[in-house]
Ligand binder design. Structure first.
Ligand code: C2E
Ligand code: CA
Ligand code: CA
Ligand code: CA
Length: 273
């Protein structure tokens, strides 16, 4: 028995070591990858109730020579922990501006919004609103076309500061969206104080809205909440006609998901492409 216990301890230690080594490897590969230009921005359309495209959401990918196409969930958390997210975020913002610039003279696209995901760490930087202002002004882009998506995690620390930063961005004319809405805690209490203009219903609700009456009721409550606060309500991860119909009936304003289009390289959305 004792020998078995020691073996387990040894295996456990080995696993911890392996994981730590893998994190170090991932970090150095990612840092290098950023320098080498291995990041790609993909985009996925957001449509209205008539299925007309009203905007796009930027979704990052990493094309690593060692690992192939790496989804964001596999490296964003590490980037957040190590601070690399600041550099990545700046690059995403630049890419977003490049897209919005290419849309400017295209009558079919010049009113489309571009949404990007923001990590809490980015919002914490004192000069964030200023940097956003500078880059938008530099590209001569109307701030109302840029949207930041934030998850409820940004509300867990220093709410007052978050509210102040969002207020500064709002003063610039930039919009903010509360992403994955309904999956975090305390959604209701802070909503009143938060300068956001959009709620994004999480995919976990969308996937069961057709079959589960409770989910439908929650979704309806979110829509009503949005109405009360004058916010646009978007549903993400819409995969079937049935989901789309159900969400329409519940009063959702806008939709995103494989039913309409999958994320594809942002280069395919540029004007003239
Ligand atoms: P998110 O913001 O909730 O993004 C939605 C995710 O759902 C995306 O995964 C998208 O590809 C996927 N999706 C879209 N439609 C459907 C559908 O109909 N069905 C299903 N099953 N999935 C769908 P992705 O691209 O892997 O992104 C994962 C997460 O990574 C994002 O979740 C976001 O939190 C984060 N992320 C992506 N890009 C960035 C970025 O530039 N910066 C930061 N900080 N985070 C990012
Ligand atoms: Ca998002
Ligand atoms: Ca989301
Ligand atoms: Ca989600």
């Amino acid at each position: 028995r004792r020998a078995g216990g020691q073996l387990r301890v040894r295996r456990f230690r080995q696993r911890m070591l392996d994981e730590a080594q893998e994190r170090v490897r991932l970090f150095s590969e990612l840092r290098r990858g950023i320098e080498q230009g291995e990041l790609r921005l993909f985009a996925q359309p957001i449509v209205d109730r008539d299925r007309r495209v009203i905007g796009e959401e930027g979704l990052i990918r990493w094309i690593s020579p060692q690992r192939g196409l790496v989804p964001p969930d596999a490296f964003i958390p590490l980037a957040e922990q190590t601070g690399l997210i600041i550099e990545i975020g700046d690059w995403v913002l630049e890419e977003a501006c490049r897209v919005l610039t290419s849309w400017k003279d295209d009558p079919a696209r010049r009113e489309l919004t571009f949404s990007i995901n923001l990590s809490e760490r980015q919002l914490r930087a004192d000069d964030f609103a200023e940097r956003v202002h500078r880059i938008l002004a530099g590209h001569d882009i109307s701030p109302g076309l840029l949207k930041f998506e934030l998850t409820e995690s940004v509300l867990h620390t220093d709410l007052d500061r978050t509210i102040r930063m969002l207020g500064l961005l709002r003063a610039e004319g930039v919009f903010a969206s509360l992403d994955d809405f309904g999956t975090g805690y305390s959604s209701l209490s802070y909503l009143r104080r938060l300068p956001v203009q959009q709620l994004k219903i999480d995919r976990s609700f969308v996937s069961s809205v057709v079959d589960d009456a409770h989910t439908a009721a929650i979704t309806q409550t979110i829509v009503q909440l949005g109405r009360t606060f004058g916010l646009q309500v978007v549903a993400e991860g819409v995969e079937t006609e049935e989901q789309f119909q159900a969400l329409c009936e519940l009063g959702v304003d806008a939709f995103q998901g494989y039913l309409f289009a999958r994320p594809r390289p942002v280069s395919e959305t540029l004007a003239g492409s």
